[in-house]
Ligand binder design. Sequence first.
Ligand code: PLP
Ligand code: COI
Length: 340
Amino acid sequence: MEKKNIDWSNLGFAYMQTDKRYVSVYRDGQWDEGRLTEDATVTINESAGVLQYAQTCFEGLKAYTTEDGHIVCFRPDLNAERMMNTCKRLMMPVFPKERFLDAVEQVVRANAAYVPPYGSGATLYIRPYLFGSGPVIGVAPAPEYTFRLFCTPVGPYFKGGAKPIKLCVSDYDRAAPHGTGHIKAGLNYAMSLYAGYEAHDRGFNENLYLDAATRTKVEETGGANFLFVTKDGKVVTPKSPSILPSITRRSLMVVARDILGLECEEREVYFSELKDFVECGLCGTAAVISPVGLIDDHGTEIRFPSGMEKMGPVIQKLYDTLTGIQMGRIEGPKGWVHTI
Ligand code: PLP
Ligand code: COI
């Protein structure tokens, strides 16, 4: 397979149109058989549910070239399941898991020339999404839905790659108690744009969101979950019903406990505890593990002892092990790596 002539090592996290994408439409109570298409443009009715009432959700996963030259993706079954949960909450028909996995495989195979080579630092980001494509005018679920899945080669999510980033505590909330923070609804991201703009404008990479009810507990950022390391080397991650259940975070807790032999805790994390942690990182498909060097709370800075130059040692070990599993250098738990 001849690869496209792309400067892989200098890719940012941006959209690049690739050759083929998958589409399936839900009408009269069933999904059609689905197909690959070259058409990257979506044509929908002016009153489509997605356009009027934001009835839409998405997923994000990656394909990698392993050391021995296979193309694999990481735990795509969990993305399929999470999308099913999201769809139920948004009154959209679920796209069956087997069909989701088949769509991933078809699209990655059809765009194999865009899968970045092993060692290039880039990966193929896969974006499944599902939205109300039929017309509504009263507030109601749409009568028709579209599932699509495309892919695009990407580099690091945060500029500078593995350099520690700076966060600020947001004045806005990401998710209401009993709201939609635990699902991957497009609306969660639309409302984060203004908060993200303000954070960037003030020189920060991302927002730290607190719990909306008490504003005392750490939730997550706009696109990743938190990991902290205590002085005695324990890995701590916030537990909350209003954060997105990150597949990367769930995997890292297994890596930490079962492969690295570290103690792990998933529990409520108070903002007041942050000053006692020695390392901090953000984890997610796009973020992988991005080290955090500093968190600003309206002028009061928390600086982690790991500093602004490199990852701390525990976060580095987690990063090396996770990416080692994803790129086929380290054997992970059964079923984590899905060969295409
Ligand atoms: N939190 C939010 C709000 C996200 O958008 C994402 C990205 O999907 C994550 C966390 C990380 O989840 P995952 O590790 O499944 O990509
Ligand atoms: C991902 O990590 O896949 C996400 O969806 C995060 C998004 C903000 C890019």
